[in-house]
Design a protein around this ligand. Structure first.
Ligand code: SF4
Ligand code: SF4
Length: 155
């Protein structure tokens, strides 16, 4: 694995770009994000980073909890009690980071059954992406892909 060199961009630059993007129509905005998302992930290999797994972790919905607990051969409540806590929004999140399922080589030990939120992270190729602007601004400082995707959108 290559050492991933993660250099934070100026977060003011990201906020400024997001402000500009807010003036673009919904469909055009979604299309631009999708294009930039695809191009960015041709360059960025998440296995060289895993910053989201190291510093954030996902939220777990009920189906995630049942599926993962079943895989671990423990009850959903045992899994929740042992590894999860509930945040201010009432969502189940990891009790601590890095994620318990992150391996030393940055692989996810439950990749095939990982939480839905992990599978779609960083959510930059979603429809109605405008609704996620506050979230993307918050996560840009830890996810280099979000920074690249936002900055590389031509406007
Ligand atoms: S989604 Fe972002 S933070 Fe997570 S591994 Fe990929 S580049 Fe890194
Ligand atoms: S479940 Fe897997 S993909 Fe999700 S945060 Fe943990 S290690 Fe990363």
């Amino acid at each position: 694995m290559n050492d991933y060199i993660y250099e934070r961009m100026d977060q003011k630059k990201i906020s400024k770009k997001i402000k500009k993007l807010n003036k673009v129509s919904d469909k055009d905005l979604d299309d631009r994000f999708e294009k930039s998302h695809i191009e960015t992930f041709k360059k960025i290999n998440c296995l060289d980073c895993a910053n989201c797994c190291k510093t954030k972790g996902p939220s777990f919905n009920k189906k995630d909890i049942n599926r993962i607990a079943n895989h671990l051969k423990i009850s959903p409540s045992e899994f929740s009690n042992k590894y999860l806590s509930i945040n201010d929004d009432g969502n189940y999140i990891l009790e601590s980071t890095p994620c318990i399922f992150l391996e030393e080589d940055n692989y996810c030990s439950i990749y095939e059954i990982r939480p839905k939120a992990c599978a779609s992270y960083p959510h930059t190729n979603t429809r109605n992406v405008r609704n996620l602007f506050p979230y993307l601004k918050e996560h840009a400082s830890t996810c280099p892909a979000i920074e690249e995707i936002v900055i590389n959108i031509k406007i």
